[in-house]
Design a protein around this ligand. Structure first.
Ligand code: NAI
Ligand code: AKG
Length: 435
């Protein structure tokens, strides 16, 4: 256990350990450093839920607003047995960095409930989702904090939460939450946005480095919302997706997987591990062969896309990575210690705070649509996301080249610079001076 903790450090501490270098490079003031050392607000609460069998269960929940200098807090809500205050705080810290890095008028927030949604009935899940909104009602709102989906939450959960908010507020207020169903004020393109945005970041990097998608092999850890939509988009653009995994297993095919067939199988059986592939016989179910999850991370591929959870690559397994580029679709999949090892191995990391911004960018578009009442077609959403990502990724890659730093350092520099500039614009006398 102690050994495991050594390799998978506390998420917030690990996330913040990257800041000192950024502060030095940008000459950040002591005031700003103090303010970014702690979350602006951390709410912890209990959510009592009446279960279908009549018993009462009480779930622990959190909502953290790490920084709100540039605008209302923004970030998803995670339902997972491992969620805790440390993780949610780190996730809200990353939201603040990423929103600033791609110039969205938001701060960073995140929420979580410690639960296993797979063990809950649909009605229990709805009661839990509504209970969460009742607990955070006073601290969220379209100008305060705007939640969205994350691991194990989706448009259905967002729809229930939006409805609960409107019941309490006694008004229609779709802008309080994004990632809603399209029929309830959700945006076209939000479901696939994170995966599509990650592909765009990869394409921009590939173009700048004279690589062509056609020859590039890809392995994807985490075949959920973000990972599946990335794999689908990558296959569409000519990348060869040779392996994907979920929490229970991984599947591999040297000549490339049929991503849609794998998705269909997973949808029907809820898992990937049943898929069997024989090199010389092709049957209905035979779309790939089973490999261990750990082996997927060490495959000799061009691109390793990490789309599951934090701490996937640590100092324990970093040396086994053979990919030339890691695409961080998940938040925090590579620890700071692993970063150093991967850099030594000359592996490029396209960091979470840039690579997974497609989701929050389209959430921003959803919020604009909710507030103006002007709903956009899918083409417009796609085009505006592409413009935003291209513009900001180009700035970041150019900064990385100019400063001779990694794309992660350049993205943090971009984000922290914008946050600290906004702090300056708000003035230095808003705090009690003591006289
Ligand atoms: N959904 C979104 O819009 C966004 C998600 N993200 C991040 O992307 C990551 C994935 O999120 P979603 O796709 O929304 O969640 P999801 O719940 O839809 O999918 C997560 C997937 O990861 C798999 N998984 C979990 N542990 C694993 C392991 N050890 N090995 C292999 N697979 C494993 C699960 O089985 C599941 O298939 C998270 O880090 C999330 O914070 C980031 C930005 C936006
Ligand atoms: O869509 C959003 O507002 C936030 C998505 C999110 O939680 C993330 O980018 O990690």
């Amino acid at each position: 256990m102690a050994d495991k903790q050594k390799h998978a450090p506390e998420v917030l501490k690990d996330a913040q350990s990257r800041l000192e270098d950024i502060y030095e490079r940008l000459d950040v003031s002591d005031d700003a450093r103090h303010r970014l050392a702690f979350p602006h607000r951390l709410a912890q609460f209990s959510i009592p839920v009446r279960m279908d069998n009549g018993s009462l269960r009480v779930f622990q929940g959190w909502r953290v607003q790490y920084d709100v200098t540039r605008g209302p807090a923004k970030g998803g809500i995670r339902f997972h047995p491992g969620v805790n205050a440390d993780e949610v705080t780190a996730l809200s810290f990353w939201m603040a960095i990423k929103c600033a890095a791609v110039d969205l008028p938001y701060g960073g927030g995140k929420g979580g409930v410690q639960c296993n949604p797979k063990e809950l009935s649909r009605m229990e899940l709805e009661r839990l989702s509504r209970g969460y909104m009742r607990e955070v009602y006073d601290i969220v709102g379209p100008d305060i904090d705007i939640p969205a989906p994350d691991v194990n939450t989706n448009s259905t959960v967002m729809g229930w939460m939006a409805d609960e908010y409107s019941l309490i507020a006694r008004c229609q207020c779709p802008g309080v939450i994004t990632g809603k169903p399209v029929g309830l004020g959700g945006s076209q393109g939000r479901v696939e946005a994170t995966g599509e945005g990650a592909l765009q970041v990869l394409n921009i990097w590939a173009q700048r480095n004279d690589k062509t998608p056609k020859n590039m092999t890809v392995a994807v850890q985490g075949f959920g919302n973000a990972g599946y939509h990335f794999a689908r988009a990558a296959a569409r653009e000519g990348y060869k997706v040779v392996a994907v995994s979920d929490s229970k297993g991984a599947v591999y095919a040297k000549e490339g997987l049929d991503v849609e067939a794998v998705y269909q199988h997973k949808n029907e059986t809820r898992e990937l591990k049943g898929i069997i592939y024989c090199e010389d016989s092709v049957g209905d179910e035979e779309v790939g062969k089973r490999i261990d999850n750990a082996d997927l991370l060490a495959l000799d591929v061009d691109v390793l896309a990490l789309a599951a959870l934090e701490n996937a690559i640590t100092d324990e397994n970093a040396r086994a990575v053979k990919a030339q580029v890691i695409l961080e679709i998940a938040n925090g999949p590579v620890t700071a210690a692993a970063d150093d090892i991967l850099e030594e191995q000359q592996i490029t990391i396209l960091p979470d705070v840039l690579a997974n911004t497609g989701g929050v960018i389209v959430s921003y578009f959803e919020w604009i649509q909710n507030r103006t009442g002007d709903y956009w077609k899918a083409e417009k959403v796609g085009q505006r996301m592409q413009e935003r990502i291209s513009e900001q990724a180009d700035l970041i890659f150019a900064l990385a080249e100019e400063q001779k730093v990694s794309p992660r350092t350049a993205t943090y520099m971009q984000g922290i610079k914008r946050i600290t500039e906004a702090m300056d614009h708000r003035g230095s006398q808003r705090f009690f001076t003591g006289d």
